[in-house]
Design a protein around this ligand. Sequence first.
Ligand SMILES: [Zn+2]
Ligand SMILES: [Zn+2]
Length: 237
Amino acid sequence: MQIKILFDSNRLSKEFSVGWGFSCLVGENVLFDTGKSAESLLLNMKSMNLDVSRLEAVVISHEHWDHTGGLWEILKMKEGLRVYACPGFSMAFTTRVKELKGTPVNANKFTKIMDNFYTTGEIPAEYKAKYTPEQALVVRTDMGISVVTGCSHPGIVKMLENIKKAFPSQSLHLVMGGFHLSDKNRRMIRSIVEEFRRLGVKKVGPAHCTGKKATRAFEREYQDNFIPISVGLTLGI
Ligand SMILES: [Zn+2]
Ligand SMILES: [Zn+2]
């Protein structure tokens, strides 16, 4: 299976649009988050020869603009698209999905999206004193479990522990996405990297809001198993 990075702040070449936010395509037809705008997302999809009409589901990690920005245009282009959200997202979010003829699916616990694709469902979090629930995408392949996160506002280690509990016999092959660690000091970052090791995470791809310090710490620790995430990148899982 492949993951294609569609939006982030780094790019493989100048043809891609970059900025604050995150989006990737997992497998053939599951879109995870939609970046800050449809303009950027659609441009990058076109450059990678990807077609909106092939999408079957969109998983929105959490209700922040840098993850939901491209969703509305995508819905206009593909009627009836399933949109996986958390029950704690705003009423306005669900209403807008319905208005654009999307099919909202609210996941409050581990939910199967299709064979080998799951969402963790709502994991509670608070961001800037506001309830900001978040979900992660979990994919199972022969290599083990791969996890894709948006901003990890609930805490990346807490999210991984939830996933480990749901799949106790599976190994964590890859964890990638935003880990939201730019406000953490070196000691805290070190202990989070150690938690990744303790949980048996084999490969790591920090992106988006992970922060430079933490990204470097993961790179030092994981070396060849560190994946530098850039728009345009295709990685195999
Ligand atoms: Zn974000
Ligand atoms: Zn966020």
